[in-house]
Design a protein around this ligand. Structure first.
Ligand SMILES: [Zn+2]
Ligand SMILES: [Zn+2]
Length: 271
């Protein structure tokens, strides 16, 4: 019995010590964590965020939130109040890439949620409205499109002068990556193109029309620096056992057998 009283006594003392610490009577014992945002930052102004003690709930001096990036999501012009920023050809994009296509009207960036056919519109595939394409700053490397003939009929696309396949590269890539994984393939152009770069995970292998838009940005009179040079760049558009490619010397297009041909590629993203 004596021992039990001793244990209870020690427990009471320990509990009291813990409660005293939790109460933060001493200013030095607060533990500050981020609380609610008071004012969000914009591309023009800093913001502020509460600092709250996780032990006693006291509020400290708010912290300053740094000026944010421009916000062009589904908008040609930055959406923050009193900002009229737009990207021009050759500007650095939000992910650190090179802006190579600007569409003031906006285009449908298909997500590949529904992929019954090549026609995303007829499929009622989901999309967001995008205005820009940006290319990653580095080449993805020379790869085969697939090591066996992975046929992806939903990506069966020929170049159209009207740019019908602009907005299809992300959808193509998602379908192709799923088909490659299904076939046990690794490290193919579409898979490498879709890896995280610049902190963004929405990169893709461009459709043939998107790749052609990249060529136009590179060609005279646009002369955007840092885009692919030379022959034979993979697109995510295909036909049966061939995939479509583009020659960046002269803009000519071809189709090459997927398994046996090594081609370079450049990842892009849209926003
Ligand atoms: Zn406290
Ligand atoms: Zn802005």
């Amino acid at each position: 019995m004596k021992n039990l009283h001793k244990i209870i006594g020690i427990a009471v003392i320990l509990t009291t010590i813990v409660l005293m610490a939790v109460a933060c009577d001493d200013l030095c014992s607060h533990t500050w964590v981020d609380g609610a945002v008071i004012t969000a930052a914009s591309c023009k102004t800093t913001g502020s965020q509460k600092r709250v003690c996780s032990k006693c709930g006291a509020e400290g001096t708010p912290k300053t939130l740094a000026i944010a990036e421009h916000n062009h999501f589904e908008s040609l012009i930055c959406k923050y109040t009193s900002c009229d920023h737009q990207y021009e050809l050759g500007d650095t994009g939000p992910a650190g890439g090179i802006i190579f296509y600007v569409n003031a009207t906006g285009f449908k960036l298909y997500q590949g949620a529904v992929t019954t056919s090549v026609n995303a519109e007829a499929d009622n595939d989901t999309y967001i409205t995008a205005h820009y394409l940006e290319a990653w700053t580095e080449n993805g490397g020379t790869r085969v499109w697939s090591s066996t003939n992975v046929d992806v009929p939903q990506a069966e696309q020929e170049y159209t002068a009207l740019g019908d396949w602009i907005g299809y590269g992300l959808r193509n890539t998602r379908i192709i990556v799923a088909a490659l994984e299904n076939a046990g393939e690794n490290n193919r152009a579409a898979q490498v193109a879709s890896s995280v770069k610049g902190g963004y995970n929405d990169w893709f292998l461009p459709s043939i029309d998107e790749l052609y838009a990249m060529y136009i940005a590179k060609a005279d009179p646009n002369n955007v620096a840092g885009l692919p040079a030379g022959t034979n760049w993979w697109s995510s558009s295909q036909s049966d056992d061939t995939a479509r490619e583009l020659n960046f010397n002269d803009g000519s297009m071809g189709a090459t057998v997927k398994p046996n041909t090594m081609r370079n590629h450049r990842a892009v993203r849209a926003f």
